[in-house]
Design a binder for this molecule. Structure first.
Ligand SMILES: Nc1ncnc2c1ncn2[C@@H]1O[C@H](COP(=O)(O)OP(=O)(O)OP(=O)(O)O)[C@@H](O)[C@H]1O
Length: 438
């Protein structure tokens, strides 16, 4: 791409130079330089302000490092014609990987988190979307599964992104609505996440723990992010079938420590062929999703929980304190059960804490180590990469199974990874693994 020449403008009587070079936008006013990554520029345009009769160069940007703030700048162009073509070129360049002025379908869950999702939108997100020229159609969800129902039938053509201003529950609903649509290709519409729930695990994975609370970073990800393919976990339980994007848990660690509860179960797993080699740090670093594009299919390769367990599966029958399956590194703040989880390697990460190996004291260690992902180094913990697993509780007593953080029936269930079915907007096409395994 040819270099864009700097533009001379004025701020009052002061000369100012605006330039874009090496993905960096700068505003230079003698001696003073404001430097902004081009990704954080939301709009560059030539507009006539209501407060004046002159046509100005207007720039809206998110400025700052850890904390981003919405800032607007306006300047008087020296040469109007030059300014017109310059603003066009700069706008194209700062939106080089993303469509400008997206039209968004937004779901706001009024009951997620502390019930402030609508305020989050009005006060923090709307001004940023408006500055970027985004338009939107908003649904305030009225009941559980409202978002899921809408996503099953809504005409997707007008929309560029489906946005959840909520916790992980609404994202789960959006995904499950999309994946039962007649045309499987509809499910590729990108999904954006604004955290307004209690856990917001997906948002932590997308932003990293360092900035996971920044609503501005999340808004920027929707405006400038790139779609990242993610695998789904197809779940069958009884005659039900649905999809999970995050986690499946059986047994509660706290239960096993404080109440001494035992969870007796049969766990059948289809271990990934490469399992032996992949449990190391380089697995995550070397994985390149572009290399591994697969055709979309929502069919189960391994049938359902009601079929016999396939011959080539490994069966582990044991007393366990906890079994955690998942596709995302974090399942909440300070909880990293799956440090090697990848969005689209076609595999489910599985952590098994066996009761016979794990004393009460070790259970405490397990919880503490999991805060930073170090539990996988404990010899009492087994960490697998699997294509599928089936869990059959042996006790009829009510225990605890949760899918994507929501409690489900205490009954056998089977999970298998279906590769690359959904697109999530991410800032650079991957989860932000801002932790180090010690
Ligand atoms: N209007 C509503 N009334 C009651 N429940 C709703 C409504 N809209 C959505 N829900 C349900 O609320 C549940 C929780 O929503 P959500 O996950 O967004 O928030 P959260 O539980 O606070 O966050 P997280 O899942 O990140 O911890 C979901 O299961 C969703 O189906």
């Amino acid at each position: 791409m040819s270099e864009i020449q700097p533009l001379q403008v004025k701020s009052g009587n002061t000369d100012v130079t605006l330039s874009l070079k090496d993905d960096n936008f700068s505003i230079a006013k003698y001696g003073k330089l404001i430097s902004i990554p081009s990704r954080n520029i939301l709009d560059v345009s030539l507009k006539t302000l209501e407060s004046s009769t002159s046509t100005n160069v207007i720039i809206h940007a998110l400025v700052g490092v850890k904390k981003l703030c919405l800032k607007s700048f306006d300047f008087v162009p020296v040469d109007m014609e030059l300014a017109a073509s310059w603003t066009k070129s700069v706008k194209n360049a700062v939106y080089k990987n993303a469509k400008p002025s997206k039209h968004l379908k937004i779901f706001i869950n009024p009951f997620s988190g502390t019930g402030k999702a609508s305020k989050v939108f009005d006060n923090e997100i709307k001004p940023i979307f408006d500055a970027a020229g985004c338009t939107y159609d908003i649904t305030i969800t009225k009941y559980i599964n409202n978002a899921r129902e809408i996503m099953q039938t809504i005409d997707l053509k007008p929309f560029d992104v489906i946005v959840g201003i909520s916790g992980d529950g609404i994202i789960h609903e959006i995904i499950n609505g999309l994946l039962v649509r007649e045309n499987i290709n509809d499910a590729t519409i990108p999904i954006g996440v604004i955290p307004a729930g209690s856990g917001n695990a997906l948002n932590i994975c997308l932003q990293g723990e360092a900035v996971y609370k920044s609503l501005q970073h999340s808004a920027l990800t929707i405006i400038k992010g790139v779609p990242m393919k993610i695998d789904m976990c197809s779940i069958t339980q009884g005659d039900k079938r649905y999809f999970s994007f995050m986690s499946q848990t059986y047994g509660v660690i706290a239960d096993s420590i404080f109440e001494g509860r035992r969870y007796s179960c049969e766990l059948a797993i289809k271990i990934a062929e490469s399992n032996k080699e992949i449990i190391r740090d380089t697995y995550r670093k070397e994985y390149n999703s572009d290399r591994n594009s697969v055709p979309m299919s929502r069919d189960n390769k391994y049938g359902t929980v009601n079929d016999p367990i396939p011959d080539d599966w490994t069966i582990l029958t044991d007393d366990v304190s906890t079994i955690l399956g998942g596709k995302v590194p974090w399942i909440g703040k300070g909880t990293i059960p799956f440090p090697y989880a990848l969005p689209n390697d076609g595999l489910i990460d599985l952590v098994v804490a066996r009761r016979d190996k794990l004393s009460r004291i070790k259970s405490f260690n397990f919880m503490t180590e999991m805060e930073v992902g170090n539990h996988i180094k404990m010899k009492e913990i087994d960490y697998y990469k699997v294509e599928a697993f089936r869990l059959t509780p042996k006790s009829s007593k009510d225990g605890y199974i949760s899918i994507d953080g929501e409690k489900v029936d205490f009954a056998p269930f089977q999970v298998e990874a279906l590769p690359q079915l959904i697109n999530i907007l991410s800032i650079d096409g991957k989860y932000q693994y801002d932790f180090v395994i010690q």
